[in-house]
Design a protein around this ligand. Structure first.
Ligand code: ATM
Length: 238
């Protein structure tokens, strides 16, 4: 008997990802989506807050969020994922859990905000999984891209600001009591691969990424972050 999904189901294991992408290109409208990425200690949290405050002060309707987190489920997953005393988590399971938190964040927070015409500023997004679980921990990058496409429905940031600095410098900035599982359980070489991974992602998508030197003072970095955000908010929708 034919299934209620007819030919799509007959296509069996054919790409659910492609289907999701098609749908998203229809429903995507409205606001702008800005993400901040980078290795540990780059100042993402503070810079995302300052950016959201500056845009709001300028009359922009802005929503600030973060990954993992931003929803009740996501914050609970964050506790598990970052706790230093968590059981050893397999990198593939990391990828699945980060994407589970991401799917909830997109469905519950980001999509509705974008559809309402708001500007969304998000500290970390799908590029972090490519950098940490892909370049860092060795999970296949294409598999991770498919996973992210399913989790996000194909949503891609309008601009991704990569706060770049050497792994050693970033890790030095972290107070010992502020360390997560990622500083405790992964060595310097891992964090170097993560940084190189972010730079490779930026090299592959120069129109989306802006690389900002995050080894400078926070005020100098913020000036560049704000300029990038202002640039994308002023440019016509692509
Ligand atoms: P912060 O966002 O507070 O930097 O910490 C989140 C950690 O989760 C960060 N750790 N370090 N170092 C990077 C890690 N992470 C991933 O490994 N994959 C992901 O997809 C995301 C969103 C974060």
């Amino acid at each position: 008997m034919a299934s209620p999904h007819g030919r799509r189901s007959a296509a069996g294991r054919r790409s659910a990802v492609r289907y999701t992408r098609d749908v998203s290109s229809i429903v995507r409208r409205g606001g702008r989506f800005l993400t901040l990425e980078g290795p540990e200690g780059a100042g993402k949290t503070v810079l995302a807050e300052r950016l959201a405050d500056a845009l709001a002060a300028d009359g922009t309707d802005v929503l600030l969020t973060r990954e993992p987190g931003g929803t009740r489920l996501g914050e609970r997953l964050r506790d598990i994922l970052l706790a230093r005393d968590s059981v050893a988590i397999d990198p593939l399971v990391d990828a699945l859990l980060f994407n589970a938190a991401r799917a909830q964040l997109v469905a519950e927070v980001i999509r509705p905000a974008l559809d309402a015409g708001r500007v969304v500023v998000c500290a970390r997004f799908a590029d972090s999984t490519l950098a940490y679980q892909g370049y860092g921990a060795g999970i296949d990058l294409d598999a991770l891209r498919e996973l992210a496409a399913v989790a996000t429905g194909g949503l891609t940031p309008d601009r991704t600001i990569l706060l770049d600095l050497p792994a050693e410098a970033g890790l030095r900035r972290k107070a010992p009591d502020d360390q997560t599982r990622f500083e405790a359980a992964f060595d310097l070489e891992f964090h170097r691969r993560v940084r190189a991974g972010f730079l490779e992602l930026a090299r592959r998508e120069p129109a989306r990424f802006a690389i900002v030197d995050a080894s400078r003072t926070i005020d100098a970095v913020f000036t560049d972050v704000l300029a990038e955000a202002t640039d994308v908010l002023r440019s016509p929708r692509g």
